[in-house]
Ligand binder design. Structure first.
Ligand SMILES: Cc1ncc(COP(=O)(O)O)c(C=O)c1O
Length: 419
């Protein structure tokens, strides 16, 4: 083996056989001139990315929507942070805890393309969005708009403000296969009245993977004097965008999903002019009304998770947001295109690339989603998320960057045979 090959292999094989950041750097350097759309189909390249993960061999995990577990390099750094905080004890908590968290929030703001004084680190999307729903100055008779396909935790919080303040919740149903952006925009526009105060909308509907035309919905709502809160649980670090370009008022996401941060981290973005309008869920000491740290008091929490955010961002940036998005969309279309025209298959996800990325939902005629999920798992060792509600009936299929087309061939075989 020549010296160059040896060094290359040494980098790739750091971390006890798993690819580390050095190995990743070399790998990416070698493909930097290749367009994302071409690299998306390069199985050899993505096989090396897969080499950075410890995968449970018992099944094919196509349920990365709940939680996208960490590549080994982030996991090792996370463990190092746990050791370090444990070693320093209260000294860490009383000295650098808050400045470190602020530095992590600034890195996230850079990734989100927003100003650092408009973003805080929360524990998850639920905390981020429920803080807004619960923290606005509601009056009896105010109206809020949401969709039946929205996430249960937020719908529950809206039910609570309805009981508590007499807010009226208007619930629309988003079609899984829309004809145009206008169809979606008009659906929300039709629910607005002069009493509407807040419109909640998913950036990507979690049960179908449907990406909604958020900018158009925000512009329409603002022209009618309505604020928009976006549930971005499934889009941050999945598709490439900046929060300001969406023109929303509030945005929440979970970092343990597509950024592969250890469990229990999220973001809340609040447009500067709105910060003073929100009551925090947990009160903070005296601050300026437009200081977003007012909304960020959570007490003592696992601060080592905050520290791992930088490692997860490094991993994400190293692969590159554009390359990741292109690969994830390619993987979805790889299997959906193969089954789309089978008479027994129902796809509940739009085919248009601007309306979907990694996630898609598939049903088999005559088989209940739970039974389909069981058959996929027991007979084919494929783990998915069955969905049977909100007008959606099928299994949610969620690959990640470590998923191979060979994994998806097993899914296609299963769906073909289950007909
Ligand atoms: C659309 C959507 N919103 C909110 C959430 C809640 O995320 P978390 O449990 O991380 O707060 C999820 C979780 O899957 C989701 O899919």
């Amino acid at each position: 083996m020549d010296k160059r090959t040896f060094l290359k292999n040494a980098g790739l094989m750091s971390l006890g056989g798993f690819i580390g950041l050095d190995g990743l750097t070399q790998l990416i350097d070698n493909v930097s001139a290749i367009p994302s759309s071409v690299l998306a189909k390069d199985e050899d390249f993505w096989e090396k990315i897969r080499g950075g993960y410890l995968l449970k061999p018992d099944f094919i995990n196509l349920e990365n929507g709940y939680y996208c577990f960490l590549p080994q390099v982030t996991l090792e750094n996370f463990i190092r942070h746990i050791r370090d905080v444990n070693y320093q004890g209260s000294y860490y908590m009383r000295t650098v805890q808050f400045e470190n968290k602020k530095a992590m929030a600034a890195k996230l703001a850079a990734l989100a393309g927003c100003s650092a004084d408009e973003l805080i680190i929360t524990r998850n999307t639920t905390e981020s969005l429920d803080m807004i729903i619960g923290g606005l100055n509601w009056k009896e008779g105010d109206e809020a708009i949401m969709a039946e396909q929205d996430y249960g935790a937020m719908l529950d919080m809206f039910k609570q403000v309805a009981k508590r303040y007499g807010v009226v919740n208007k619930i629309v149903s988003v079609p899984s296969l829309p004809q145009s952006d206008d169809e979606i925009v008009n659906l929300y526009a039709g629910a607005i009245t002069e009493k509407t105060k807040l419109l909640m909308v998913c950036h990507m509907i979690n049960i179908t993977g449907h990406i909604l035309p958020i900018r158009k919905i925000c512009d329409m709502a603002h022209s009618r004097g309505v604020q928009v809160m976006v549930d971005g649980a499934h889009t941050f670090a999945h598709i490439k965008f900046s929060i300001p370009e969406l023109n929303c008022d509030y945005y929440g996401s979970s970092l343990h999903k597509w950024l592969s941060v250890p469990l229990g981290a999220g973001i809340l973005y609040v447009k500067k002019e709105n910060i003073g309008k929100v009551w925090p869920l947990i009160a903070e000491g005296e601050r300026n009304p437009d200081d977003i740290s007012r909304l960020n008091h959570i007490g003592t929490h696992p601060v080592h998770t905050d520290l791992a955010i930088a490692d997860a961002i490094d991993f994400h940036n190293m692969i590159g947001a554009g390359r990741k998005e292109a690969r994830l969309r390619y993987l979805q279309l790889y299997w959906t295109d193969k089954v789309r025209n089978m008479p027994h298959i129902i796809l509940n996800t739009p085919v248009d690339p601007v309306r979907s990325c990694a996630i898609a939902n598939v049903g088999v005629k005559g088989i209940k989603p739970g039974e389909l999920g069981d058959a996929l798992f027991k007979k084919y060792r494929i783990y998915t998320a069955p969905i049977d509600g909100a007008s959606v009936h099928g299994c949610r299929i969620t690959p990640n960057v470590y998923t191979t087309t060979a994994d998806l061939d097993v899914l296609v075989k299963a769906l073909t045979e289950l007909g």
